[in-house]
Write a protein that binds this ligand. Sequence first.
Ligand SMILES: [Zn+2]
Ligand SMILES: [Zn+2]
Length: 442
Amino acid sequence: MGQGLSCRESHEHGLFRAVQNGEFEIVEAMLEKNPSVLEQTTVHGRLSALHVAAAHGQIQVLSMLLDRSVNPDILNRHKQTPLMLATMHGKISCVERLIQAGANILMFDSLHGRTCLHYAAYYGHSDCLQIILSAAHSTPVAASWGFARFVNIRDGNGATPLHLAARQRQPECVHILLDSGALVCASTGGYGYLGSTPLHLAAHGGSLDCVRELLAWGAGRLQRDSSGRIPYMVALKHKHGACAALLNPASPEPLVWPSPLKFITELNPEAKDLLEKALTEANKEREKAILKETVYSLPSPLHSHVGAADDTSEASDIELCCICFDQVCTIEVQTCGHQMCAHCTLALCCHNKPNPAMACSKVPVCPFCRSNITQLVVAKIKTNDDRELEFSPSRPRRSRKSFNFSEGSSSFKGLSAMGSFGRMGGRSLGKLAAENEEVDKP
Ligand SMILES: [Zn+2]
Ligand SMILES: [Zn+2]
């Protein structure tokens, strides 16, 4: 970690070595003998025993020190707290224990003006990131700063945690941060000056997953940095060919996660997981077409096609989606109860290009009955115990055998009344989404 434990005095060296190695009894005996030993710091980095324990993940020693009322926010030479060091090294149990002991998550170091959230994002410790974000909900930080402000906290260079995660090729952290309200188009510039967006930094870092994730959250491909470059040019400059292909403004826009929709923000975790997978898949399908035209080879995950519905697909007799007749119904619209697959649900909700002016005015409705969607939930896999259908005779029948386009059921009339939806059966998701886009245009 760059901060050596160079110590002049031998007993001091002894303490820090014992802490570093987690020699609990030795540390305890030294403290019993001479409690003032706790005030000592390493000569080089002015690390306290708590810093050393945190950085090396020595949870037992760390706990003991905190129980002896050591200040959890004690600073080293660079004004780094033990929490920052534990986060930097991904020592999750120490991160948890320090926060539990009241460590302040809103401290800034003197190196780059970074917080523990920056450290978690930069080093890609998504588990630590998650813990700190949860703490931000429950600690005074939320009250004094507000959670959204904390997620978008800037370091001395104007970089948010999202900027750092994108730059350092940490797609999991990018995802968690976006999901927690990180601003996808935040600029490092501020105060009217042009700066880099997370997409610029992802293009620089060359992580296809980060680029993909940011685009799916609506990152703009045309935003310019202080040198007037769009992310595409940054990727080209650093020879990240596959990233450049996706960032090329001439390439088709990916589907964007419809975060402004109320029922999307209120999704339960399972439904959200299904839809996110469907979005990723749909965009990877689109990418194939884009990347086929480039000479660059793709990392293997792109070729894998792990469908969200694969785990249920062996049950071939259960209801297929009545829009695409291809995937199993996994999502149920509430309150009407109609079901469709995750892919079609997304195609219904996603706009190829988010239009801020229209985001709120055009809320998708159920394609079958045109009733308002109040919630999306994971469709229950039907069992023999199927009392739901008896309960409501008007409830749509969902088996493929009984629900067919040729039957002209009332549900289908609702669907065909949508115009473009009537033509959608069997079409590719890309076309489906494109048509949905057209429907939404005034
Ligand atoms: Zn479908
Ligand atoms: Zn419906």
